[in-house]
Design a binder for this molecule. Structure first.
Ligand SMILES: [Zn+2]
Length: 304
């Protein structure tokens, strides 16, 4: 039976929770998450251990069911809730680059770190480019300032990789055999660069992974309901045209899924959140919906 959860397995026709065109599909459920009290009365299905089993921190986050099955991986998709920032950055803004007060962002990053039990968070100056930062062997403390990149890969435990987003995708890749994790910032320019394919290639060539072993997950981001590109003929390659769901609107989730499949990731290893950030500004930041706003955090870490 098709899983109607927010974090259902990949589906060719994404289910958009609470989207006006989708009301006939019934009330969505949450597959698996840390704290669910803010989810509009939707049914909770806590199918996996919480990242913080003590419940010491009340910050809510979402998790992907398949990735939850691997104890050596910690991951969390944070929402905009549970932080200290004021409007229009309310409240868990993870980016210093938005105009928010730095002290609020620092407090929010501390909240995120405590929620997942990380000592340090690594994040990037996200460039909408194709640079990949591979963190191997070296001590995190030696890194200094954030690097200019859009993807991070590591085999180092206790290094929490964070991507900040407001409509762009954060895509997680995890090799449960080799214990390697990647976190990718992928907006439409990332799709044009096929950064997902490049990251899979780098995991294989540099970390000894096999595409067939990888698990992948695409988080809340701009959905086909809202991903309008007026200049798509100039901006998108011809090969993206078949992902146009109506004039000027593209299914970026499907483009990413296709790029992962092309890179050799197995179809049943790809999870898609199917949550549109622009439709759900109650839960997430959306650049398209709000303009000046915060960035929510997706984090992954090997426990070691
Ligand atoms: Zn939408």
């Amino acid at each position: 039976m098709h899983d109607q959860g927010l974090f259902s397995k990949s589906s060719k026709k994404p289910h958009i929770p609470n989207h006006p065109s989708n009301h006939s599909q019934g009330k969505p459920t949450v597959g698996c998450m840390g704290m669910g009290k803010m989810f509009l009365g939707e049914e909770m299905r806590p199918r996996s251990p919480r990242v913080n089993p003590d419940g010491a921190n009340e910050v809510p986050y979402l998790q992907f069911p398949e990735m939850c099955r691997h104890d050596q991986l910690v991951h969390a998709v944070f929402t905009r809730q549970g932080g200290v920032s004021k409007a229009p950055y309310d409240t868990l803004n993870a980016s210093y680059m938005t105009g928010d007060k730095p002290e609020c962002v620092s407090s929010n990053l501390q909240i995120i770190k405590e929620a997942i039990g990380a000592n340090e968070l690594v994040f990037m100056n996200q460039m909408h480019g194709k640079e990949i930062f591979a963190l191997r062997g070296e001590r995190f403390e030696a890194l200094g300032d954030p690097v200019d990149a859009d993807a991070m890969i590591t085999d180092q435990p206790q290094v929490a990789l964070m991507v900040k987003q407001a409509d762009c995708q954060a895509a997680l890749l995890f090799d449960p055999i080799k214990d390697v994790v990647a976190n990718v910032h992928c907006g439409w320019r990332g799709n044009v660069h096929n950064i997902l394919g490049s990251v899979v290639g780098r995991m294989n060539s540099e970390f000894g992974c096999r595409s067939a072993d990888l698990l992948a997950a695409i988080g809340p981001s701009l959905g086909p309901c809202c991903a309008e590109f007026v200049n798509y003929e100039q901006e998108f390659p011809e090969g993206f045209r078949r992902f146009m769901v109506r004039e000027g609107y593209f299914d970026l989730w499907e483009i990413s899924r296709w790029q992962l499949l092309e890179a050799g990731v197995a179809e049943d290893h790809i999870e898609v959140a199917n949550i549109c950030s622009r439709c759900r500004t109650d839960l997430f930041y959306s650049y398209r919906a709000e303009g000046v706003t915060g960035r929510f955090a997706t984090v992954a870490m090997l426990k070691g």
